[in-house]
Design a protein around this ligand. Structure first.
Ligand code: DAH
Length: 382
């Protein structure tokens, strides 16, 4: 059996010979390890901190070496350490594989036999019931969002996404909100701090709507396009039953030749019927958004009272749901180079709150419930 000797000769040849002797001992002893207890003996003999061979060579070779030989000896002691640790972990995984294959053959036995064997092996009672992790489910907002996206997919729309941290350029400027224009004030924007040294258009903010992805999409794809864009948006709003500083929108954009307001009305009317039910009616009223001209606000007939008037529709019979309009030529100017000549193409856009359609569809009266993470609430939608 291998024992560590003091070194008499510190020449590289003598050092290499000593290392070779040690490694060949390591190899032949490794080959003899075939069960757990042999592995433990081997571990104690080679790597035990107290008097293992690694510790011994550290003392007998390295510590005892004259100063000018320490470097060479140190290198060899380190490489021996690596070899030993490697051999050691290989043996461990071989052993584990062996144990598993033995347990697989045992599965043929009765449950009692397997349990006894496991208990003996590592004190684990495998017949105890495991810890069951409940599987998750789609969040109601995401579920409504996906359903609405599916309605548009079935009309041939593709799906796109964009960043939640956005530049002033995409969130405002390219959407025809000029710097300092009062329309910016309607968005209660959360700006990222410390951006003042950058040019205005590069300053970062939390996007206040999904509309910036209209521009990003048109930069990426030449017309014709039909795209829906779901995503999170942020505004500096105090939370209440109908507001949350973080909420979700679904944006839509269609650009082609000869797209008209009639296409917009037909598309949204179909989408609302497909999502809320075929008896739902839509109503378009004039509105204003900087990036659409003309712009409209769309309401649906109240899905709770059918339009007769109730608490939810505040007796009006209609529920305002989304903004839309024909893409403003000024917006196309920002992407003109990618084929969006406003004299040749036209398009419509729309944006709706995903949380809002989820509230309506599932009859929830407080948006905060969506974001409090209470499983008793959420599991009702699973
Ligand atoms: N981005 C608007 C908002 O958050 C909603 C909107 C209105 C989007 C009209 C549109 C649109 O695409 O055409 O208030």
């Amino acid at each position: 059996m291998y024992t560590v000797h003091k070194l008499a000769d510190y020449s590289p040849t003598a050092l290499d010979a000593a290392v070779r002797e040690l490694l060949s001992a390591l190899e032949s002893e490794s080959r003899a390890v075939n069960d757990e207890s042999a592995w433990k003996d081997y571990r104690d003999r080679w790597v035990a901190r107290k008097n293992g061979i690694l510790t011994q060579i550290n003392d007998a070779w390295l510590k005892a070496a004259p100063p000018d030989a320490k470097r060479e000896v140190g290198k060899r002691v380190n490489s021996v350490r690596e070899e030993v640790e490697h051999a050691f972990s290989l043996l461990r995984s071989d052993l584990e594989r062996k144990i598993i294959s033995e347990s697989v053959t045992l599965v043929g036995g009765t449950l009692d036999e397997i349990r006894d064997w496991e208990l003996k092996r590592e004190g684990v009672d495998i017949s105890l019931p495991g810890i069951r992790r409940p599987i998750g489910a789609e969040h109601p907002v995401i579920k409504a969002q996906n359903e609405m996206v599916a309605v548009f997919k079935s009309m041939g729309y593709s799906v796109s996404e964009g960043p939640e941290i956005e530049t002033d350029y995409y969130n405002f400027e390219a959407l025809n909100f000029p710097p300092n224009h009062p329309a910016r004030d309607t968005q209660d924007t959360l700006f990222i701090a410390g951006q003042q040294s950058k040019p205005l258009r590069e300053r970062l903010l939390l996007r206040t709507h999904t509309s910036p992805v209209q521009i990003r999409t048109m930069e990426r794809l030449a017309p014709p396009i039909r795209v829906v864009i779901p995503g999170k948006v942020h505004r500096n709003d105090a939370p209440d039953a109908s507001h949350s500083p973080m909420f979700h929108q679904i944006e839509g954009l269609a650009v082609d030749i000869n797209i008209t307001f009639c296409d917009l009305k037909g598309t949204l009317d179909h989408a609302m019927k497909a999502f809320f039910g075929s008896s739902v009616k839509t109503r378009f009223q004039p509105s204003f958004f900087p990036f659409t001209e003309p712009s409209a606000e769309v309401a649906i007939s109240c899905i709770f009272c059918g339009g007769k008037g109730c608490r939810t529709c505040k007796q009006g019979g209609w529920i305002e749901l989304l903004g839309c309009g024909m893409v403003d030529p000024n917006v196309f100017e920002f992407v003109r180079d990618n084929g969006y000549d406003p004299a040749k193409v036209s398009g419509f856009a729309f944006g709706m709150g995903a949380d809002r359609i989820a509230l309506l569809k599932y009859g929830v009266d407080d948006i905060q419930l969506f974001f409090q993470g209470d499983v008793r609430f959420l599991e009702q939608f699973a």
